[in-house]
Design a protein around this ligand. Structure first.
Ligand SMILES: [Zn+2]
Ligand SMILES: [Zn+2]
Length: 335
């Protein structure tokens, strides 16, 4: 009989969506320079669906969930005991090699040996997880723990939009896709001085209303050709990406934020004819987290309106289905 205390978690155990199931894993203990976090809420996002469908690299068996907010519950040897009890959000990398060209220039998101929570190391669809203490960011008092789960996707958006900055004051900005990434990207673009239109499909009416509530122009019709200085593709749909390229003005910037999960056909000649500048960002870095936490603390980005559903851990499948069907904006799992 094992004396290790167990907890219930959403585990990717093997290939395919059937490989995702509720399982029992040991409650982790924090090692040196590590911290254990009691999870308050973990967001579900498109990447989780890609992991479930084997469209995104992972190493089963692994507890899924990487958009985590919680409270520091214990620190390991050499840890900062003053952090215990702090409400925190966390950077997603668990370890990087520290030696490659990218690690050595601070681009740890590009380390080929990067191991992140929720795909290679146990993540946040569980009551507890352990992460490097360095990864913790203390939430400002005005931001609730549940909405804090959106700090991670925000850091991914700031990686796409602020390092380097792609929106200048006065830019007309189109955001395609009114999901969580689109809603965050729109707010970041406004914070950078852009005038933002969020575009979606007819069935996105409710999500477009949320964007409108945040002060954005919205449209469920195809965006006008050649009319935006910056287009930010957040839907991960090939059709939307093509429409965004058409909507871009000559010399505009095209930013890919959404993940397609497959090869898609795009009118790529428009990149040449219009001299579009294409950029993106993969996951997050300590720098993009610093920007994200500043935007949250200043109130320039609001997270609370984006939490549209909370489900208990045992109902994890409901959360996956909500994400799959595009219901609401962000569903969070409460362990
Ligand atoms: Zn995510
Ligand atoms: Zn490296």
């Amino acid at each position: 009989m094992s004396s290790t205390a167990q907890m219930t978690a959403v585990v990717k155990t093997g290939p395919g969506q059937d490989g995702v199931r509720l399982g029992s894993v040991s409650i982790p203990k924090p090692g040196e320079a590590m911290a254990r976090v009691r999870v308050a809420a973990t967001g579900i996002c498109g990447t989780d669906l890609h992991i479930a469908r084997d469209e995104y690299a992972c190493e089963p068996p692994v507890v899924m969930g990487h958009e985590v907010s919680g409270v520091v519950d214990a620190v390991g040897r050499g840890g900062d005991a003053a952090l215990v009890g702090a409400r925190v959000v966390l950077e997603t990398y668990y370890s990087t090699c520290g030696r490659c060209d990218w690690c050595r220039t601070g681009r740890i998101n590009l380390c080929p040996r990067r191991r992140s929570i929720g795909s290679f190391e146990n993540g946040g669809f569980a009551p507890f997880l352990v992460v490097p203490q360095l990864n913790l960011h203390v939430l400002p008092g005005a931001v609730g723990s549940v909405e804090g789960a959106l700090a991670e996707p925000l850091a991914c958006v700031t990686q796409c939009l602020m390092d380097p900055s792609v929106v200048d004051a006065g830019d007309r900005v189109l955001v395609t896709g009114p999901g969580a990434m689109g809603q965050l990207a729109a707010q970041v673009a406004v914070a950078c001085g852009g005038s933002v239109t969020v575009a979606g499909l007819a069935q996105d009416r409710e999500r477009l209303d949320v964007a409108a509530g945040l002060g954005m122009n919205t449209t469920a019709a195809p965006a006008e050709e050649n009319s935006f200085d910056v287009v930010i593709e957040c839907s991960g749909s090939g059709a939307a990406a093509g429409a965004a390229m058409h909507a871009a003005r000559r010399g505009a910037r095209y930013v890919q934020v959404g993940i397609f999960g497959r090869e898609v056909a795009l009118p790529f000649d428009l990149v040449l004819y219009k001299e579009l500048v294409v950029s993106s960002g993969f996951a997050s870095t300590p720098a993009s987290w610093r920007r994200a936490m500043t935007l949250i603390t200043d109130g320039a980005v609001r997270l609370e309106p984006l939490v549209t559903r909370r489900v208990p851990l045992n109902d994890w499948a409901v959360a996956f289905e909500a994400a799959r069907s595009g219901e609401g904006i962000k569903t969070v799992v409460i362990p």
